[in-house]
Design a protein around this ligand. Structure first.
Ligand code: ADP
Length: 259
C-alpha cells in the first residue's frame, strides 16, 4: 500500500511539474506573440507616413511643383507625416527602455515649477480649443523621482485629457501627498470618456478606440502604454475611472523613493 501511495504521490508531483512547464511554455508563446504583434504594428505604423511622403515627393518632382498652391498643400501634408514619424520613433524608443528605475538619476522635483513648464508646452492647444488647465495642489510638493520617467507620465495623461475634451472645457491636474506618504496624481477631464470594454485595452501598445480620429489628432496609441510602463518602473500603479460622454479620471500613485 505504501508503494502505491508513493507511486501516486510521485505521479502527482510529476503531473504538477508538467503542468508548470506547460504553463511556462504558454507564457513564452504569449510573449512571443506580443513581440511579433508589436513588430508588425511598428512596421505598419511607420510604413503609412513613409508611403505618403514618397508619393507626394514623386508627384511634386513629376511636375506638380509647377503649381505653387499645390506645392504648398502637399508640403503641409508632408510636414505632418514627418512629425508623425518623428513622434512614433521617439515613443518607440521610450517604450524600448528596459532599465530599472534605480539605474536612472533620482532628483528632487518642485512640482509647481514642473507643472508650469508642462502647461507652457500646451499653450498652443489650450488656446486653440479654449481649454482651461487647472493645477491643484493643496500644498507645494518637492518629490524625489526620476525626471525622465515622471515627466512623460504626467505629460501624456494631460495631453490625452486635452485631446479628448470638447472646446471650452476644463482639465484638472491634481497632486497631493497621501497620509501613507505616497504621491497621488490625478488628471480629470469632461471629455468623450471610455467605455468598459475599451478600458481593458487602452493601455496596450497601439490600441486606439477610434483609430481614424486618434490618427488625425496626431495620436500614436503608445502614450498610455508609456504611462503604464513608466509608472510601474517607478514602483507605482495606475487606475482609471471613466464614463462615456461624461469624462475620465486617471490616477497615478507613486511610492516614495526606496532607500
Ligand atoms: P493616443 O496617442 O491615440 O492618444 P494613447 O495610448 O495615449 O494613444 O491612448 C489610447 C487610446 O485611449 C486613445 O486613442 C483614446 O481612444 C483613448 N483615450 C486615452 N485618453 C483618453 C481620455 N482622456 N479620454 C478619452 N479617451 C482617451
Amino acid at each position: 500500500n505504501k508503494r502505491v501511495l508513493d507511486l501516486n504521490l510521485h505521479l502527482f508531483v510529476e503531473q504538477k511539474q508538467l503542468l508548470g512547464i506547460s504553463y511556462d511554455l504558454s507564457r513564452v508563446r504569449q510573449l512571443e506573440k506580443m513581440q511579433k504583434d508589436f513588430v508588425g504594428n511598428v512596421s505598419h505604423e511607420l510604413k503609412t507616413p513613409v508611403t505618403s511622403l514618397i508619393g507626394f515627393t514623386e508627384t511634386l518632382l513629376d511636375g506638380a511643383m509647377e503649381d505653387p498652391t499645390i506645392t504648398r498643400e502637399f508640403l503641409t501634408i508632408m510636414e505632418k507625416d514627418a512629425h508623425r514619424l518623428e513622434r512614433l520613433i521617439q515613443e518607440i524608443i521610450q517604450l524600448s527602455k528596459t532599465d530599472e528605475a534605480q539605474t536612472y538619476e533620482w532628483q528632487e522635483l518642485d512640482l509647481t515649477a514642473l507643472y508650469q513648464q508642462l502647461s507652457q508646452s500646451f499653450q498652443h492647444l489650450l488656446q486653440e480649443k479654449q481649454l482651461d488647465l487647472k493645477i491643484e495642489m493643496p500644498q507645494p510638493i518637492n518629490w524625489r523621482t526620476v525626471r525622465e520617467l515622471f515627466y512623460p507620465i504626467v505629460k501624456n495623461l494631460v495631453e490625452n485629457a486635452l485631446q479628448y475634451s470638447p472646446e471650452n472645457s476644463q482639465v484638472i491636474l491634481r497632486s497631493q501627498i497621501r497620509p501613507d506618504g505616497q504621491l497621488e496624481i490625478q488628471v480629470s477631464d469632461h471629455g468623450i470618456g471610455i467605455d468598459q470594454e475599451d478600458q481593458k485595452r487602452i493601455f496596450e501598445r497601439f490600441y486606439r478606440v477610434d483609430k481614424a480620429r486618434a490618427r488625425n489628432s496626431g495620436g500614436t496609441g503608445l502614450g498610455l502604454a508609456i504611462v503604464k510602463d513608466y509608472t510601474e518602473k517607478l514602483g507605482g500603479h495606475l487606475t482609471l475611472d471613466s464614463h462615456p460622454k461624461v469624462g475620465s479620471t486617471f490616477t497615478v500613485i507613486l511610492p516614495p523613493e526606496d532607500k
